[in-house]
Design a protein. Sequence first.
Length: 236
Amino acid sequence: MKRTERLHALSEMLRRSGRRGVSAERLAREFEVSVRTVKRDLDALENSGAAVWSRPGPGGGYGLAEGATLPPVTLSPSQAVALMASASAASDAPYADLAAAGIRKIMDVLDPKTRAQADELAQRIWVNALPASSRVTRSALEEAMAEQRVVRIRYTSQKGTRTTRDVEPVLFASTSGRWYLVGWCRLRSAMRWFAVSRIEKASVTKIACSGHTVDEVGEPPKNARPVHDARVSGQS
């Protein structure tokens, strides 16, 4: 987990702890870092403006001031479960970890009755998600896409040929139940689709992308659309 993601998750854990607070030792175990690192992260949160409080001595710990909590979110039980189901079913999707963290954030501020109804309804939905690719690999691909930097990948083709390539990421695409990284392959000097499940290793370089656009990819697969398009398929 990158530090920015850990800081966000840390603030959420502090907020959920309420007035009880949480010890630095427990935070260190939760995020698999040292107590010293946790305290540095807490200082960073406080310096960024977060209302972090501390209580010394036995039973003490850290938390967020009540004024720092989020207001209630108006959401029906079905809408809440729809979010949970979507994130669970798409655990291999780009930025899935951040989506799950966001959903937990929403669930935490639901009123108790709605939360209880959502939890009960969620028991009636089972998900058998496909195994996700390496978290380290996906994190590198996500970072390269967000920052538009060249990513170096070790890739095994469908025929079993293994190559190392520098790719300028252009978009992520899901078709036929599989996620792809679509980008300009510097080895082939062409736009290529790489199945994320066949990317064995990925590392972000310091090289900026040269500006290839989504339009260069061509027509999207049948029924595909950008995720910002809120229209529901088949709805007039």
